[in-house]
Design a protein around this ligand. Structure first.
Ligand code: GLA
Length: 703
């Protein structure tokens, strides 16, 4: 049983394969965190609740390990819940009421306020095989008056008391997303958050904490993430008493929610995990979990894609796209995606957003002839949309200027010449759904690239009663999720991509509705190694789109070989963004060769386990390795940053192989035991700047 309840002690032990998470009710009825970490041998190891810290003058300093931290009493750390009742009382005192066990892997604990008709439900779900717990909190207003919620977190995670904690997180910017950062945690708060209305380029809702000695392979790591695509917040807080809590949930900044009688507000789902096997295993647990439970179509093969954006930008025409499609098909591409520029008056980014009908000049007979052509070439057809946005210069804005977020009478700031449609309004949500539904119903579209190219500003909703204005941060995101859910119910065969000016909408919330994500508008293969490395800390690379584009790359003006570009892109779901009309026959042949090779090794990459052998943050290179689930095949990608002093590339020790087995590597002409490959390692003659190699290992079954 993954969840055990010990009634005489009022203690719950939530058990995964390798960890235990323990909570219990104290003498005052408050739900306290007891333990989280590697399994202890006996249940009696958990029977004592942690003692509260005594004030030198007597009495406790506060309930430091409150499982959800409602704001009230002697609680001074980041609250899990903060609210105001209709009589302006702002005190919340939650005590244990009852619990329910659902399907043996879900626990619901009901807490009630001591005076007001308010219930808080703490929900736990065990992901036993991956040592993860999903948590979320629901506030139920059982009274006859409304109340104002000012903060709602899905989880407060308490870590064991330890003298030193180290935080790892993902920070970045547009064209430099998900870069790994590590720092020591001192007393005070470290806040990772989004205030952008979307997940954001700047920070990703994921964290990992260790005690300072953990490596890729060894050591304790606590890690977690938030499944939400709007304003989220992670507060890592070390107290002067050396305790550490991590609060994860909605961002309380400019947030407010009026909960009417009988209504429920649900926090985002927050995921937490523990492993004693280092950062590598922490990532692999997340990858496996996402593939099995979260990522849409997690079991399906990701097709090799061509996307026209870098080749044509807004200069999209039926003829031009036909030519690209013909070239792409010859290379072995399986999915052809027409990007921005096909609709309305979209000749540049100043017009057209909102008018989702084919531009008559560019597509005189609509999209059908191009779609038929792409299909006749044996490829699926995909198309770009940015449904949450509008240009002022569009028919949609001209007929519905009140459909955008705004504060009346004040300037409405544009970003990329566009405004955000107010998806908190049910009529706007309905319109967007029907527009996309029509597009999919009237065309044979297999793939939607859903973009979202700006952050929110002036987030006003003047038509709504004032007490609902600050709800937009959550309502908008729930609107997006609902549209995606309805579309997918009606058009189940259509695959979806989440893009947001690059990687500003990558999280476990959107992942339930999408097959692929676009991690960054930066396709420089060298920069991508860093962006992709950070991405793998939190997310499965099956969904991670990586394209090969032209050189010099537009961000750094770097020129790299096709080989290096392909290798960097083959670490995830391969795509091509080259202007194929400008490639030489030799280059096209080379592309064809790599695409064929990718298809051969794709099952190992898309369904195997990832080992980060060498971080690109090292001075000399990077290496990533995939191992198939049965350990019979493995692919190693190695990159050299630069060559100096004729130094050889250091040996690479592989990981995750069967130590007993013998592996054959045709490229290197060697046969070696798994043990030897993982200890003695292999030496590569990898020379020159931006050099790379892709090496395949196969179990020799004759051994
Ligand atoms: C964003 C996306 C790009 C491309 C453009 C089109 O920047 O990240 O991939 O789709 O929009 O305008």
């Amino acid at each position: 049983m993954p969840i055990k309840y010990i009634p005489e002690k009022q203690i719950w032990v939530i058990t995964t394969d390798l960890t235990d998470y323990v909570i219990g009710v104290d003498a005052e009825g408050i739900l306290q965190h007891v333990y989280w970490g590697g399994k202890q041998p006996l249940l009696l190891d958990y029977m004592d609740l942690p003692k509260s810290i005594e004030h030198p003058g007597g009495g406790p300093i506060g309930p430091h390990r409150d499982e959800i931290m409602p704001w009230g009493g002697l609680r001074f750390t980041e609250p899990g819940i903060k609210l105001t009742f209709s009589d302006h009382i702002r005190d919340l005192h939650l005590i244990y009421d009852r619990h329910e066990l659902l399907n043996s892997d879900q626990l619901v604990i009901y807490l009630k306020d001591t005076l007001k008709p308010l219930t808080v439900k703490l929900n736990y779900k065990v992901i036993k095989e991956y040592d993860l717990i999903e948590r979320y909190v629901e506030i139920v207003n059982e009274g006859t008056e409304g109340l104002q919620i000012e903060q709602l977190m899905g989880a407060i995670w308490h870590l064991p008391v330890y003298p030193e904690y180290r935080l790892t997180y993902l920070a970045g910017l547009s064209r430099g997303e998900t870069q790994v950062r590590t720092e020591w945690i001192q007393e005070g708060k470290k806040v990772l958050e989004s205030r952008h209305g979307r997940t954001s380029h700047q920070f990703n809702p994921w964290f990992a904490i260790d005690f300072g000695q953990t490596t890729e392979e060894y050591g304790d790591v606590y890690f977690g993430a938030i499944a939400f695509s709007g304003n989220w917040k992670i507060v890592i807080e070390k107290t002067p008493y050396q305790t550490l809590q991590v609060a994860t949930g909605f961002n309380d900044f400019d947030f407010g929610w009026t909960l009417k009688p009988g209504e429920i507000l649900r926090s985002p789902i927050c995921i937490g995990g523990f492993t004693a096997k280092g950062f590598g295993e922490a990532s692999r647990q997340m990858h496996r979990y996402q593939k099995k439970y979260i990522l849409r179509n997690g079991h399906k093969v990701r097709k090799v894609m061509y996307n026209s954006w870098y080749a044509t930008e807004f200069d999209v025409t039926e003829e031009g796209q036909r030519r690209l499609a013909e070239q792409a098909a010859k290379l072995g591409v399986e999915l052809f995606v027409v990007d921005d520029g096909w609709f309305g008056a979209r000749d540049h980014d100043r017009a057209g957003l909102g008018d989702w009908f084919p531009n008559k000049r560019k597509f005189p007979k609509g999209l059908h002839p191009l779609i038929q052509h792409v299909k006749s070439l044996g490829m699926d057809f995909g198309i770009w949309v940015e449904p949450e946005m509008v240009n002022r210069d569009s028919d949609l804005y001209r007929s519905h200027p009140d459909w955008v977020y705004r504060f009346p009478g004040r300037r409405n700031t544009e970003q990329r010449n566009q405004l955000v449609l107010n998806l908190s309004r049910p009529d706007v949500e309905e319109y967007i759904f029907s527009m996309l539904d029509d597009l999919l119903s009237n065309h044979e579209i297999d793939y939607i690239k859903w973009d979202m190219n700006r952050s929110f500003s002036e987030p006003g909703w003047p038509e709504a009663p004032p007490e609902h204005h600050k709800e937009i941060w959550v309502r908008h995101v729930l609107g997006v999720y609902r549209i995606l859910e309805r579309l997918q119910r009606k058009h189940p065969h259509v695959a979806f991509e989440s893009c947001s000016g690059g990687g500003a909408r990558i999280d476990l919330g959107i992942m339930r509705y999408i097959d692929n994500v676009w991690p960054s508008d930066n396709t420089d293969p060298f920069d991508r190694l860093f962006i992709q490395e950070g991405y793998t800390y939190a997310y499965n690379t099956k969904a991670m789109l990586c394209w090969v584009t032209d050189v010099p790359d537009e961000n750094n003006l770097r020129t790299t070989t096709l080989k290096y570009r392909f290798h960097s892109a083959m670490i995830g779901s391969l795509g091509i963004g080259l202007n194929l009309n400008k490639c030489s026959e030799l280059e096209l042949q080379e592309c064809k060769k790599y695409i064929r090779q990718y298809k051969e090794i794709r099952p190992i990459i898309q369904d195997g386990d990832l080992y980060r052998i060498l971080s690109p943050r090292s001075s000399y290179g990077a290496a990533f390795q995939y191992v198939s689930p049965d350990r019979s095949r493995s692919v190693l990608f190695v990159f050299r940053h630069r060559q100096q002093f004729r130094h050889p590339f250091p040996p690479i020790q592989l990981r995750g192989l069967d130590p007993e087995a013998v592996y054959l590597c045709r490229q290197l002409g060697i046969k070696r035991s798994g043990t030897s490959l993982m200890t003695r390692g292999i030496s590569l003659d990898l020379r020159g700047d931006y050099a790379s190699e892709l090496i395949v290992f196969e179990k020799d079954i004759n051994y």
